[in-house]
Design a protein around this ligand. Structure first.
Ligand code: FES
Length: 277
């Protein structure tokens, strides 16, 4: 749909379902007045505020950052807040919950499986010097070039669009899926991290990257430009090299001690106390 051909009204076809009350999902239609710049999430708000207050979805930031509003829009996993109606190829907008997850209600998927798979892969820096991490005396030094090897994978906002688009996730409950695997690769690649052996316990098993058929849909739909398919292929290579005893152990990022006598510039306030423990 080009910007010049936008109708005055947009038809939203929304898949409604309340487990425990409804026997099966039904599609309902809602007509919403179109305004320039309107996103799919804006349209859902219009429906909730002036047509049907029972419609349920999940959203928070409205700016493509929190990852809450992943949904199936015209058959593709997207963020509702990040999708301009003018950029869709139709004046009928169909919206359904992300597939491959149980439905809490209407457009709200239950993402517990995603977070469980993520947690199982220890998505944080693992090093033996835990005392330093508890009470830091300096910083782990990493070059910009080293950071660039994993930087794009840090942009993941855990929206689950990749999991919803993945044909393996659709048929294989054991598979960790592109989100969790990409985050495992992100930490395995980080020169400050020494946790490959810990994550390998999951990665080399039946939940790991070998279940990936390399459809590439995860990378196509990612709203943040992350390339999970690439991370998974790198991970396969790393696991093969490890199994053959060919994996190169890279040096761990060294600890740089804070130089003595460093003072803040006048006028720069001290950092506030943490608000959470
Ligand atoms: S509401 Fe936060 S990403 Fe859409």
């Amino acid at each position: 749909m080009s910007n010049g051909n936008l109708p005055e009204q947009i038809v939203f076809r929304i898949r409604r379902f309340s487990p425990g009350r409804d026997k099966e999902p039904v599609w309902k239609e809602y007509r919403v007045a179109y305004e320039a710049g309107m996103t799919v999430l804006d349209g859902l708000w219009r429906i909730k505020e002036s047509i049907d207050p029972t419609l349920a979805w999940r959203a928070s930031c409205r700016m493509g950052v929190c990852g809450s509003c992943g949904m199936l829009i015209n058959g593709s996993a997207m963020l509702g807040c990040n999708t301009q109606i003018s950029e869709l190829a139709s004046s009928v907008v169909s919206v359904a919950p992300l597939p491959n997850f149980p439905i809490v209600r209407d457009l709200v998927p239950d993402l517990q499986l995603l977070f469980d798979d993520h947690a199982a892969l220890s998505p944080y820096i693992i090093r033996a010097d835990s005392a330093e991490q508890e009470n830091p005396t300096g910083e782990y030094y990493q070059t910009s070039k080293e950071m660039e090897t994993y930087l794009q994978f840090t942009y993941c906002i855990k929206c689950a669009c990749c999991m919803a688009a993945c044909p393996t996730c659709a048929t294989d409950a054991l598979y960790s899926g592109p989100m969790a695997l990409t985050q495992a690769h992100r930490y395995n690649t980080d020169t400050r991290d020494d946790g490959f052996e810990v994550r390998k316990q999951v990665l080399a098993g039946e939940a790991g990257p070998w279940r990936c058929h390399f459809a590439g849909e995860c990378s196509r739909v990612c709203p943040k430009g992350v390339d999970p398919a690439k991370a998974i292929q790198f991970m396969k290579r790393q696991l093969v090299a490890d199994a053959l005893g060919l994996r190169k152990k890279r040096p761990l990022a060294p600890l740089l001690k804070k130089p003595e006598g460093i003072q803040r510039r006048p006028g720069i306030a001290e950092a506030p106390e943490p608000t959470v423990g």
